[in-house]
Design a protein around this ligand. Structure first.
Ligand code: AMP
Length: 289
């Protein structure tokens, strides 16, 4: 079936009413890649219909971030969504989503005090609010998000529980390039030499994992190890390397696992990645040990 593309909320309501059975939502900002395709295919396994959304959400970008430069590739995105099995693509304008007078914001302070939170003020409020709106607009049974954006996934889980949104949230594993780099729409900002340097993020995560597996339980020791590997990369500026509790995103608790997360700027690109240190190591990362 060819994918149906709608741009207005009115058309979305009409198209949604035609979808019978279980519906899954996959929200995106477009510039879609194999990571997004995997999310849509996974969504299709859990539902009769998949609604994908492409919306570069202005409220989750800071004033000096890449909102204007963010790649917009709607024709490519629609073809990818269709090939991956989506039935409906919602691509609204900012004016539709944020009409004059819009003033509501959803925040989850306890989950946004660390990691990306302090580096991107207002970002997670923007994410929590747009995702809540998209869930209301599409009323899916299930919504799929990538573990690549680990803190975002934690915030969305919290919001949907706290607000009784009645939707199942599924986290999907990070899809990586052969050398371990997590696929991202922002990877296209990398010059060839920065692309080579970007493998340093994978190396840092792999070594953090190895330290944990060898019995290291001091977050700071693992953070220092990772920091040494990423701060020496050419053209790099490290936002953070942190090891936190996998649910609270705060201090580690004995025997409750850990997630190592990092954000590194390489030239114009701000790359993020993370790894559960108490899980199996993805194959593309094991090559770095
Ligand atoms: P974005 O368009 O970057 O905002 O991402 C839309 C959704 O795709 C989010 O749930 C992301 O976590 C997810 N995603 C992005 N990159 C990847 C990846 N490499 N692997 C798995 N999921 C991803």
């Amino acid at each position: 079936m060819p994918i149906q593309i709608v741009h207005s909320i009115q058309d979305l309501h009409h198209a949604r009413a035609q979808l019978s059975g279980r519906v899954a939502l996959v929200p995106t900002m477009g510039a879609l890649h194999e990571g997004h395709a995997t999310l849509i295919r996974l969504a299709r396994e859990h539902a009769d219909h998949v609604i994908a959304t492409v919306f570069v959400n202005p409220t989750q970008f800071g004033p000096h971030e890449d909102f204007d430069a963010y790649p917009r590739t709607l024709d490519h995105d629609a073809a990818l969504c269709e090939a991956a099995g989506a039935s409906l693509l919602f691509n609204p304008s900012a004016a539709q989503i944020y009409p004059a007078g819009f003033a509501t914001s959803i925040s989850v302070p306890s989950l946004t005090r660390r990691l990306c939170g302090p580096h991107r003020p207002g970002h997670f409020e923007g994410v929590a609010t747009i995702v809540t709106k998209l869930l209301h607009l599409t009323h899916p049974h299930i919504a799929i998000f990538g573990q690549k954006d680990y803190q975002q996934l934690a915030v969305i889980r919290r919001v949907t529980n706290d607000l009784h949104l009645g939707v199942e949230i599924l986290g999907a594993p990070t899809i990586r390039e052969a050398d371990g780099l997590a696929m991202s729409s922002r990877n296209r900002y990398l010059t060839p030499s920065q692309r080579q340097a970007a493998v340093g993020l994978s190396r840092a995560l792999a070594h953090g994992w190895a330290a944990w597996q060898a019995g290291e339980r001091r977050a700071e020791a693992i953070e220092q190890l990772g920091l040494k590997l990423v701060s020496s990369l050419p053209d790099s500026r490290v936002d953070y390397v942190e090891v936190v509790h996998p649910d609270s995103l705060d201090a580690l608790v004995p025997d409750q696992g850990a997630v190592m997360a990092l954000a590194v700027r390489l030239g114009q690109a701000r790359l993020i990645d993370n790894l559960r240190l108490d899980d199996a190591l993805p194959a593309q990362l094991s090559a770095h040990l």
